[in-house]
Design a protein. Structure first.
Ligand SMILES: Cc1cc2nc3c(=O)[nH]c(=O)nc-3n(C[C@H](O)[C@H](O)[C@H](O)COP(=O)(O)OP(=O)(O)OC[C@H]3O[C@@H](n4cnc5c(N)ncnc54)[C@H](O)[C@@H]3O)c2cc1C
Length: 260
């Protein structure tokens, strides 16, 4: 049983996210991390290795050369090997372009389960898993709080309005898990050392049977403008006043703004 975990390298959560002149996220000089929600997908895959239901874990990422750092960090947590798909033609790839590339790479890796996080930390599109499943004509089990595989099928336990649902589908498939699968393990020093020796391949578009033309410039969408959010006026607090005085102040505040 083989799992491929798709991980995205993103700017560190607190990092100052700026756009470059070409209106793409300026990743130069910005600390980059494994997409936080992908760490839960890694943890879920490694738990399936721990319970013996999965033999091998491969990590797959599409991104610039530096994304190999994120793959090494994942290998330090566990797993067997990694693949980075990188190509100048992929700069500025959108959801569609990313899904097309991941689908082609997954066709080549042919896992039983392609496991992903529920969203990226920078774009938060949550579109790639569904798009990959559709492009590969495979089932999608999404937002799993737990994933297990047995007898040629996989099952996820998913939070619902009334409790949990169990969903299952035959392998191969695409699945996403949430942060409910359990705390991601820390990479041990032994794990970090071992990760340096674990195999990592670098594939270009032609290695997965795609050309730049197939990708229409890697994006069907185009960022045409970016604006910083408007500054909000400072919050006004009305507290420690006698009720009547507080009520008057609130009424004046609402009246001034024509809210009453
Ligand atoms: C601020 C911002 C806004 C954007 N807005 C749009 C937009 O409106 N429309 C659009 O088409 N594109 C948009 N993009 C581009 C988009 O982020 C990228 O195409 C991205 O690679 C895929 O989308 P996502 O980050 O939303 O991934 P999601 O769909 O949120 O990712 C879900 C899961 O897919 C897997 N995954 C995603 N990307 C990769 C990867 N590169 N390598 C391996 N696994 C991956 C991970 O497991 C991840 O948890 C935007 C980018 C940014 C930074």
């Amino acid at each position: 049983m083989k799992i491929v975990v798709c991980i995205k390298q993103v700017p560190a959560t607190g990092a100052d996210k700026r756009y470059a002149d070409d209106l793409r996220l300026d990743r130069a000089g910005v600390e980059a991390i494994i997409n936080p929600l992908d760490e839960y997908a890694i943890e879920q895959a490694l738990r399936l290795v721990d319970d013996g239901s999965v033999e091998s874990v491969t990590y797959l990422s599409m991104g610039p050369e530096q994304a190999s750092e994120a793959l090494r960090r994942a290998l330090a947590m566990g797993g067997d090997d990694a693949v980075l798909v990188t190509d100048p033609a992929l700069a500025g790839a959108d959801e569609w372009g990313t899904a097309k590339v991941l689908a082609a790479a997954l066709d080549k890796l042919a896992p039983d389960v392609a496991l992903m996080g529920m969203a990226s930390d920078d774009a938060r599109g949550s579109l790639v898993p569904g798009a990959v499943a559709a492009m590969r004509n495979l089932p999608l089990l999404s937002y799993g709080a737990e994933l297990n595989v047995a007898d040629g099928a996989a099952r996820v336990r998913r939070l619902s309005a009334t409790g949990y649902d169990w969903l299952s589908a035959p392998l191969p498939l695409v699945a996403t898990v949430t942060d409910q699968v359990g705390e991601p393990r820390y990479a041990s020093l032994k794990g970090i050392m071992a990760a340096k020796r674990k195999p990592m391949q670098t594939w270009s578009l032609s290695d997965i049977g795609l050309s730049a033309d197939d990708l229409h410039g890697a994006a069907l969408t185009r960022v045409t403008d970016t604006r910083a959010p408007e500054e909000k006026p400072p919050t006004e607090r009305i507290e420690n006043l006698p009720a009547a005085e507080a009520a008057t102040k609130i009424a004046d505040w609402l009246t001034t703004r024509k809210l009453i």
